[in-house]
Design a protein around this ligand. Sequence first.
Ligand code: GLU
Length: 291
Amino acid sequence: MYTRVLRFAPSPNGYLHLGHAYSALLNYDMARESGGRLLLRIEDIDAARCRPEYEAAIYEDLHWLGISWTGPVRRQSEHFADYEAAIAKLDAARLLYASFESRSEINALVAEREREGPWPRDPDGGPLYPGRARKMPLADRERRRRAGEPFALRLAMDAAMARAGVLTWTESGHGPQGQTGLMTATPQRWGDVVLARKELLTSYHLAVVLDDALQGVTEIVRGQDLFWATGVHRLLQALLGLPEPAYHHHRLILDEEGRKLSKATQATSLRELRALGRSAADIRRMVGLGR
Ligand code: GLU
């Protein structure tokens, strides 16, 4: 029998807020209503920003909200070998190349390009890669890597898209402009996206795609802020021979000024609301999932 498998995948780099509560409760409700399973994944590849006390707080907050999941919890920091194997596969298919510019060098290059007119930006507002590393002779790239220079491994977007062909996904929620139904993936909006760095041989995009497949996730329910990332995710699924999940992007919970909530806004953290005497039922009502 087909069982729906959903997941909630927070990063332990701060306390959960109302936006996370909405996402977690929606995942939990959707799994329960269809006799499916909810998994929990801890997205902690960024060791500099993730802390064990935030991870402990995630379990505490979810229990308090009345959310249970099917174990075991997958902690990304325990699976670097899986990500490295995927990087090796893309590398062997000649779809990756190393670039060596620092962030400030990239900004300087963009500023230079922008003297001639606006330089293209990705859906998050970041400039597309302006460098020429892809044209650099392979021997030079290899020499610089061997010399221990910091590098980023980028996806050669044109080649990757040519390899994968036209890709679509089924959206049962909504994109930021109300998009729903059958979507055409547009990963080219991200340019030659970084999939790994010297000090971290993975990235959000790579880890999320691989984990969803390894955990057998059939339906990805997450915030609209990740709607455009889905194009990159569909592309990586195709290149790595992974199954295609269904997607449901949900509205974001905004603050009074209409801004996206962030982990920096302590006022809306679940533990703060709890300390102020709010109950789990109050939280459900606050995010519009009251029963
Ligand atoms: N870890 C991501 C976050 O906390 C969510 C990843 C996803 O749902 O694809 O925003």
